[in-house]
Design a protein around this ligand. Structure first.
Ligand SMILES: NC(=O)c1ccc[n+]([C@@H]2O[C@H](COP(=O)([O-])OP(=O)(O)OC[C@H]3O[C@@H](n4cnc5c(N)ncnc54)[C@H](OP(=O)(O)O)[C@@H]3O)[C@@H](O)[C@H]2O)c1
Length: 427
């Protein structure tokens, strides 16, 4: 008993970083020991935080214990104990932009799910301790991430939503960034009259996370009757069919791996020959499927580069829309830098100059902060779509956050088929 109490006391003193010389058990009378049992954590002035941070792209991330959330918290804020943090290519792009060692910590992760553990006085009517939530905490310039045991969220600035009981914490943590991006792209196209029931949509990168949400929105929310044409690998096509078996006849898969240098070619053939050729998975025999949808009215490019844009005359109908989340160069998560400007080569400029008047080109940039969400209520609308199970988050892999290196490597590979999620420890 005495040893146990002493060990507890030592542990407490160490956790408070109080420098005490700890006397040996013999020097302390039993009654004194019983009096000195540490008080429960609720009375400490700070919520301690364990935080996954990096200092530059050259040094691997590490855990830091420097952050503390002071209580009572400001009136307009909430503290969320994070359960899961979703990772995205943007996390790598942010890390890639820190080329020199910083003398401050930069956090990882932009998406979260968790439980509210503190409510600011001004938030009490709307939120309470124990509420299960998910959201976006997008502060790349301030260096705050969601891979922290607790985060201080400002509901007027950050997107935070009550998590419906029908989705788990892991899926919730991977939902809002890519769903929000896909929703806003399609919402803008609809507002411009470009997304209609006649739309014929091609998606480059059919198994990117943004595409997986876009497919669901186009088919289950906008109910676009035409088949969607997806450029993806054979393995990716098999996965999509298994995730959405009801959409098997609504999707046309074009294998980008077989045509990696000329991905426009099978698309041009498909349009001019009015058929698409796929290959039987077991016999390898070609199968002809009729295609009568003509040129595309919308190209959604989640891979980037010029391969499609330089053939828009044969692929995209006049006044069609080309939206890319990536831009002029093919995405490369090892070197791409956050907020880098497009830098088209002279050749591409010529192509743009020749083609731009015939179609509407958008390089989409998603700012997921709450003040932009008020413009079209995208966060509330996405919350409804998630709650009513019109769309779901496909989780590819979940890693304990101690294995963040493996998780980041996997995202960097560019071959995830769904979201990569970190399991954050209770601290
Ligand atoms: N601008 C913005 O606001 C914004 C917002 C969201 C995302 N983004 C960007 O959009 C891109 C997609 O993001 P994400 O998170 O959805 O990506 P992701 O999930 O990391 O994409 C991985 C997928 O891409 C597929 N893929 C890789 N190379 C391909 C190629 N050449 N052709 C077709 N598919 C290919 C892979 O399939 P296989 O393994 O089967 O090859 C894999 O399934 C990223 O560059 C991201 O930074 C930008």
């Amino acid at each position: 008993m005495t040893d146990k109490v002493l060990a507890k006391r030592d542990e407490f003193l160490r956790s408070q970083t109080i420098e005490h010389e700890v006397p040996t058990p013999k020097e302390i009378p039993q009654e004194e020991l019983m009096k000195r049992v540490p008080r429960p954590l609720r009375h400490v002035k700070y919520i301690p935080v364990k935080n996954l941070v990096f200092f530059s792209k050259h040094i691997p991330p590490q855990f830091s214990y420097e952050t503390k959330i002071k209580t009572p918290i400001p009136s307009d804020k909430l503290v969320v104990q994070v359960r899961n943090a979703g990772l995205n290519p943007v996390d790598l792009k942010i890390m890639n932009s820190y080329t020199r060692n910083m003398n401050r910590e930069v956090g990882l992760g932009r998406e979260f799910s968790g439980v509210i553990i503190e409510v600011g006085a001004g938030q009490r009517g709307q939120w309470k301790e124990g509420d299960e939530v998910y959201g976006l905490f997008y502060h790349p310039n301030l260096g705050f991430g969601t891979a922290q045991s607790s985060i201080l969220v400002t509901p007027s600035k950050d997107v935070i939503l009550k998590k419906p009981s029908n989705i788990g914490f892991q899926a919730a943590a991977g939902t809002l960034y890519c769903l929000g991006a896909a929703f806003n792209i399609l919402d803008a196209l609809e507002a411009k009259g470009q997304l209609t029931e006649k739309s014929n949509v091609l998606i480059n990168g059919g198994t990117t996370s943004v595409a997986i949400f876009a497919i669901q929105l186009l088919k289950y929310h906008y109910r676009i009757p035409n088949k969607l044409v997806l450029l993806c690998s054979e393995y990716g096509a098999t996965l999509l069919k298994s995730y959405f078996p009801d959409l098997c006849d609504e999707l046309i898969f074009v294998n980008y791996v077989m045509h990696s240098r000329q991905i426009h070619k099978p698309l041009q053939d498909m349009i001019s020959n009015r058929e698409t050729i796929s290959y039987d998975a077991t016999s390898g025999q070609p199968i002809s499927i009729p295609y009568d949808q003509g040129k595309f009215s919308i190209i959604l490019d989640f891979v980037g580069g010029y391969q499609l844009i330089s053939h828009t005359d044969s692929l995209l109908s006049k006044n069609g829309a080309y939206v890319t989340t990536v831009g002029d160069y093919k995405a490369n998560y090892s070197s791409d830098v956050y907020n880098a400007w497009d830098n088209p080569s002279a050749g591409a400029r010529k192509i743009f100059g020749k083609m731009l008047w015939t179609f509407d080109y958008t390089h989409f940039h998603f700012d997921p902060n709450a003040k932009y969400a008020t413009k079209n209520d995208w966060a509330e609308k996405c919350a409804e779509l998630v709650e009513s199970e019109v769309v779901k988050c496909i989780v590819d892999k979940v890693y304990d956050w101690k294995n963040f290196d493996k998780a980041l490597e996997y995202v960097k590979s560019g071959h995830c088929h769904g979201k990569v999620i970190l399991e954050v420890e209770k601290f």
